[in-house]
Design a protein around this ligand. Structure first.
Ligand SMILES: CC(C)(COP(=O)(O)O)[C@@H](O)C(=O)NCCC(=O)O
Ligand SMILES: [Mn+2]
Length: 904
C-alpha cells in the first residue's frame, strides 16, 4: 500500500486524546425513563379539567435551525396512559403504560428512504399502541398508602390525558375507572375513591390470570423456563402450539386451569393445600413473622431430621425395585411421631423445609394428575407461593418429572407475579396489546429502588436525580449485591430427589427483586430481518455464556473497562459536577447489574454477550449520557476524511482484481479502530490514527485466519471470460466511525456502486461505543462525496445530498441516472445486532437485497457469525480480543475473518 499523506488535522503529537465536550442540550427519546413526579404540595386533581402543560425543562428535539422543530416536554405527564391493579392479600401489583414521546424529526433522509422503499404506515394501527412502555411495580399491601402516593405522583389514575388516549371514557376524572382484580379490589374500593377519586372496576381473577399468562407466553421470548436442580432454562414456546396447557396458580389455595385459547379456559381442579397452608402452619410451628422469613429459614433447613425417608424404613437402603431411593420422603413429618421429641426439639429451619417440600410435592403431584386427566404436556406454575424461589421451583419440577416419568414438564413464568395485573390491563378494550408480537417488544432493566435482597423498597425511581441519590445510598446499604456472588452449585438428584436445597445462598431471591422484571418497551415498528434463513431457530449470540468461565471472563472485561468508560462519558458531557455524579451513578448501576447477573445469569432472560454489551449502553443512556465517544468519533472522522482522496486515487489506479482485494484488506485493517477493545485502546496511545491505520494495513497478510476471499471474488468478478452479474442491492452493516467507515466501508460501497449495485449503509439508531450512527452518516458521506463523483451522484440519488443538479467534479453535466447510496438505521443502540428485531426501514431495504456485508466484531462475530441468510453474505472483522480469537477461529488477536456464504 502506498504511503498516505500525514494526517493534517491532528495536534503536535497527533495522538488520540480526550477533550471535554459541551453538555448535550437535549434529552434523547431513550435516554432515560421519564417519570413525572409533581412538585410537593400539589393538590390532587379532582376536576375534569385537563391539566396545564408543564413547560419546565422544555427543549427542542432535533435541529433547532429547522422550522417547527419538535419540542420535548420532559415534565409533561400526558404520556402516561394507563394502569391496572391486582390487589392481593400480601402484595399489590401494578401494571401501567406510558407512551413514548413522538420521535418524529424532520430527518430528510427518512422521507427519501420511505419513498424509495415504499414504506407506509399502512398496516400499523393508528391507535392505541403507538409505542410505549409497560411498567411492572409492586407494593406490600400493608403499605397501600405508598401505592396510592405512587399512583398519584405519576397521575396514573388520570388514565391518559392526551388526545391519543385509547381509553377516552377515562378522560373525565370524575368518572375515572381503573381495572382491578384480586380481593383487594373489593376491600380497598372506598379508599381508592376517597384518595384518588377513582372507581375500581373489578375483573374476575381467573379471567385475568389466563389473559395475563396467554399474553406473556405469546409476546415475551424469554418468559417460560424450566427449573431443575438449580438450573434455569428458558423454553421457546411456539405460539401456534401453545394450547392447551395447564395453568396452576398457587396462591393461598391452588387453582388448576385448563387453558384452550384466549378467553377459553376451565378451572378443572384445585387443592386446599397451598401457599396459605405453608404460611399458616409454618407460622404456628416456627413463630416466623413473614412468609419471606419462613422461606428464608427453609434455605438453611435439613428435612431429614423430621421427614421419614425410605432409607429410614429400609435400614438406609434404596427400595430400588419400585424406583425409590433411600432419600425419598416416605412420610412428610413422619419422624415427628416420636414420643421423645416436642416441637422445641426441632429446628425451625428443618420444619420450614419439611413443610415446603410436603406442599410443593403435593402441588406438583396433583398438577401432574390433572395434566394426565386431560392429556396436557405443559404445566405452567405461577402465584405468590412460587415467587421465584429456586428450591420451591425445583421441588415442584421434581414432582412433575418424577410422577410423569419425564413425560410432562413443569414451567415457570418470569412475570408470574404480574399475571393478574397484566390480565386486568388486557381487559381494557382497544389496548392493542394482544396484537403485539415477540419482535415488537424489547425488555429493558432500568435501575429501580425495589432491588436489594428480597425486600420491597418501593417503586422504581424515575426522576434522574432521585435515581442517582438512590444509587449513592444503595452502595452503602446493598454491598452484598454489588460484590459478585458465586453461583450456587448444582444440587444432587438421585432416584428420589435431592436432599437439601441446592440454592443455599444467604440472600433469598424472591420475585421481589424487581430487576428480574424489566420495563417492556412496545415498539410496533420493529420487524424480523426478512433475509434470515432460519428465523425460528436463529440465535444471535455466538458465544455461550452458560459456560461459567466464559461468563466470568466477560464480566471481568466489562468491569475493567468501566473506569475508562466513565471518564469518557463524563468528558462527553463537559466534565461538570453533574456529569461526574451521573458517571458515578452509572458505574454503580452497571456494577450492580453485573453482580446480579453473575449471581443469577438468567435473571433477565437468556443471557448472551450481546445483552451485556447492550445493557452497558442502556445504562449509560439511563443516566443521560447521550454519546460518550462523540469527540473521539468526530476527530477520527475528520482525520480519515482528510486522507480519503488519496486513497481513492490510489484505488483507481489499480486493476479490478487488485482493487477488490485492496478494498477488503482495507475494511479489515480499518476495523482496528475499536474503542471497546482494551488491546486496541492501548495501541492508540502509540501513534496517530493514520500511523495505526498504515501499520494495520501493512500487517494484512493472506491467507487470513478465515479466508473466503477467492470465492467472493469469483462471485463479484466472474471467472475467466465469464463475467458475473452485479448484485442488485447490497446492505452494508457498518461498524465504527473514523477510518473504519471512511477508509474501509465507504470505498467498498463506492466499488459496489461503480458496478451498478445499489448500496444501503445500515448503521445504529443510537450511539454505542464509537460506532457510527445513521444520523451521523449523511454528513460523512457528504464530505466524502466532495472528492468523488461516484459517491456524490449515488448520494444524490439516495437522498443523502440535496443537490439536485448533478454536476461532475470537472464541471460537466451527467445525465445517466446513478444507482442510489442510501442510509438506514438498524433500530438498535448496541455494538451487536439481534436480527430478530430491526427497524422497519431496514426490513424494507432488505426486500430487494441480494448481498449483505456484516462488518466488525460485534455484528459479525459476537453476533451473527453462525447466522444464515437467504442471500449472499460476507462477514468481515478483525478479531481484537485474544480469547475470542482462540475460541472462535483458533487464532490470535488481530487475526482477520473474511467469511463468505453464498445464498443457498
Ligand atoms: C465491543 C466490541 C464488540 C466492539 O467491536 P467492533 O464491533 O467495533 O469491532 C469489542 O470491542 C469487544 O468485544 N470488546 C471487549 C473485549 C476487549 O476489551 O477485548
Ligand atoms: Mn464498533
Amino acid at each position: 500500500m502506498a504511503a498516505l499523506k500525514d494526517d493534517p488535522v491532528l495536534g503536535i503529537d497527533g495522538r488520540l486524546k480526550e477533550e471535554g465536550l459541551d453538555k448535550a442540550g437535549l434529552v434523547r427519546e431513550e435516554a432515560c425513563e421519564r417519570e413525572m413526579v409533581p412538585p410537593p404540595g400539589n393538590s390532587i386533581h379532582k376536576s375534569g379539567s385537563r391539566p396545564q402543560l408543564d413547560l419546565s425543562k422544555a427543549a427542542i428535539q432535533g435541529n433547532s435551525e429547522e422550522r417547527d422543530p419538535t419540542i420535548l416536554l420532559p415534565n409533561q405527564s400526558d404520556d402516561i396512559s394507563h394502569l391496572a391493579l391486582d390487589i392481593g392479600g400480601s402484595l399489590i401489583k401494578l401494571v401501567y403504560f406510558s407512551r413514548h414521546e413522538d420521535r418524529s424529526t424532520n430527518d430528510k433522509r427518512k422521507k427519501t428512504i420511505k419513498e424509495i422503499f415504499g414504506i407506509t404506515n399502512g398496516n400499523r394501527r393508528s391507535y392505541p399502541i403507538l409505542g410505549g412502555r409497560l411498567h411492572f411495580v409492586k407494593f406490600e399491601t400493608s403499605k397501600i398508602n405508598d401505592c396510592l402516593d405512587f399512583i398519584y405522583s405519576k397521575q396514573l389514575h388520570h388514565g391518559g390525558l392526551d388526545t391519543h388516549s385509547w381509553n377516552s371514557e377515562l378522560l373525565s376524572i370524575d368518572n375515572a375507572v381503573i381495572k382491578a382484580t384480586g380481593g383487594g379490589a373489593y376491600k380497598f374500593a372506598d379508599l381508592f375513591k376517597e384518595r384518588l377519586g377513582v372507581s375500581l372496576d373489578k375483573e374476575d381473577e381467573m379471567d385475568c390470570l389466563v389473559a395475563g399468562a396467554n399474553f406473556l407466553l405469546k409476546a415475551i421470548r424469554h418468559e417460560a423456563f424450566t427449573h431443575m436442580e438449580g438450573q434455569k432454562e428458558f423454553v421457546q414456546i411456539d405460539h401456534n402450539d401453545l394450547f392447551p396447557y395447564l395453568l396452576v396458580n398457587v396462591g393461598s389455595g391452588v387453582s388448576m386451569i385448563k387453558v384452550d385459547g384466549d378467553g377459553k379456559f376451565e378451572r378443572v381442579s384445585g387443592t386446599n393445600v397451598g401457599g396459605g397452608t405453608y404460611w399458616g402452619l409454618g407460622r404456628l410451628l416456627t413463630k416466623c413473622k413473614s412468609f419471606d422469613e419462613l422461606l428464608e429459614l427453609s434455605q438453611r433447613g435439613d428435612n431429614r431430621t423430621i421427614d421419614m425417608l425410605v432409607g429410614d424404613i429400609y435400614g438406609g437402603m434404596d427400595y430400588s425395585k419400585i424406583g425409590l431411593s433411600a432419600s425419598t420422603i416416605a412420610s412428610s413429618f413422619g419422624k415427628a411421631i416420636s414420643e421423645k421429641k416436642e416441637l422445641e426439639d426441632y429446628r425451625p429451619e428443618d420444619i420450614s423445609l419439611s413443610l415446603l417440600r410436603m406442599i410443593s410435592y403435593n402441588i406438583g403431584q396433583v398438577s401432574y394428575l390433572n395434566a394426565l386427566r386431560f392429556g396436557l404436556k405443559r404445566i405452567f406454575f405461577g402465584g405468590f407461593f412460587i415467587r421465584g424461589h429456586a428450591y420451591t421451583m425445583d421441588t415442584i419440577s421434581f414432582a412433575v418429572h418424577f410422577w410423569s416419568k419425564g413425560e410432562a414438564q413443569a414451567m415457570f413464568l418470569r412475570h408470574e407475579g404480574f399475571l393478574g395485573a397484566l390480565g386486568a390491563f388486557m381487559s381494557y378494550e382497544k389496548h392493542g396489546l394482544d396484537d403485539l408480537m415477540v419482535h415488537q417488544l424489547v425488555e429493558r432493566f432500568p435501575m429501580g429502588a425495589p432491588y436489594t435482597g428480597g425486600k420491597i423498597h418501593g417503586p422504581p425511581l424515575g426522576d434522574l436525580n432521585e435515581k442517582i441519590s438512590w444509587m449513592e445510598k444503595f452502595v452503602l446499604k446493598g454491598t452484598e449485591i454489588t460484590a459478585p456472588v458465586p453461583m450456587a452449585p448444582a444440587g444432587t438428584t438421585g432416584l428420589g430427589g435431592f436432599e437439601v436445597p441446592s440454592s443455599k445462598g444467604g440472600i433469598l431471591r424472591s420475585d421481589a427483586s424487581a430487576l428480574n422484571v424489566g420495563v417492556l418497551h412496545l415498539v410496533p415498528t420493529l420487524e424480523v430481518f426478512p433475509l434470515l434463513a432460519e428465523a425460528k431457530t436463529y440465535e444471535p449470540n455466538t458465544i455461550d455464556l452458560s459456560d461459567h468461565s466464559e461468563l466470568e471472563y466477560w464480566f471481568t472485561v466489562l468491569s475493567e473497562h468501566m473506569p475508562d468508560l466513565v471518564d469518557k462519558a463524563v468528558a462527553s458531557e463537559g466534565g461538570t459536577d453533574d456529569a461526574k455524579r451521573r458517571g458515578d451513578a452509572f458505574a454503580r448501576a452497571f456494577s450492580a447489574h453485573l453482580a446480579r447477573l453473575m449471581e443469577e445469569p438468567a435473571a433477565y432472560g437468556k443471557l448472551g454477550l450481546a445483552n451485556l454489551l447492550e445493557l452497558r449502553e442502556e445504562c449509560l443512556r439511563e443516566f443521560q449520557f447521550v454519546d460518550a465517544y462523540r469527540s473521539i468519533k468526530q476527530r477520527e472522522n475528520e482525520a480519515s476524511l482528510a486522507v480519503l482522496p488519496d486513497l481513492l486515487l490510489e484505488l483507481d489506479s489499480m486493476n479490478e482484481e487488485t482493487r477488490l482485494l485492496t478494498l477488503i484488506e482495507g475494511v479489515l485493517a480499518a476495523n482496528i479502530f475499536d474503542w471497546g477493545s482494551r488491546a486496541c485502546v492501548d495501541l492508540y496511545h502509540k501513534g496517530t490514527i493514520i500511523e495505526i491505520y498504515r501499520m494495520s494495513r501493512d500487517k494484512m497478510q493472506r491467507p487470513w485466519r478465515v479466508d473466503d476471499f477467492d470465492v467472493f471474488k469469483k462471485r463479484m468478478l466472474g471467472f475467466g471470460d465469464k463475467k458475473s452479474q452485479p448484485h442488485k442491492r447490497a446492505l452494508l452493516f457498518v461498524d465504527n466511525s473514523g477510518a473504519d467507515v471512511v477508509l474501509g466501508m465507504l470505498p467498498l460501497a463506492r466499488e459496489l456502486l461503480r458496478r451498478g449495485t445499489e448500496v444501503v449503509l445500515v448503521a445504529n439508531s443510537l450511539p454505542a461505543l464509537n460506532d457510527v450512527t445513521a444520523m451521523e452518516l449523511p454528513e460523512i458521506v457528504a464530505e466524502a462525496a466532495k472528492h468523488c463523483d461516484i459517491l456524490r451522484r449515488a448520494a444524490v440519488a439516495g437522498g443523502l445530498l440535496v443537490d439536485a443538479m448533478i454536476n461532475t467534479l470537472d464541471g460537466s453535466k451527467e445525465n445517466s441516472p446513478a444507482v442510489p447510496l442510501m442510509v438506514v438505521e438498524n433500530g438498535c443502540g448496541s455494538p451487536c445486532i439481534d436480527l430478530r428485531q430491526v427497524s422497519s426501514e431496514l426490513a424494507a431495504a432488505a426486500k430487494d437485497a441480494d448481498l449483505i456485508i456484516l462488518e466488525g466484531m460485534g455484528r459479525a462475530l459476537h453476533t451473527n457469525y453462525n447466522a444464515r441468510f437467504n442471500c449472499d453474505a460476507l462477514k468481515l472483522a478483525m478479531v481484537k480480543n485474544q480469547r475470542l480469537a482462540e475460541k472462535l477461529i483458533k487464532g490470535n488477536i488481530y487475526d482477520c475473518v473474511c467469511r463468505y456464504e453464498p445464498a443457498n
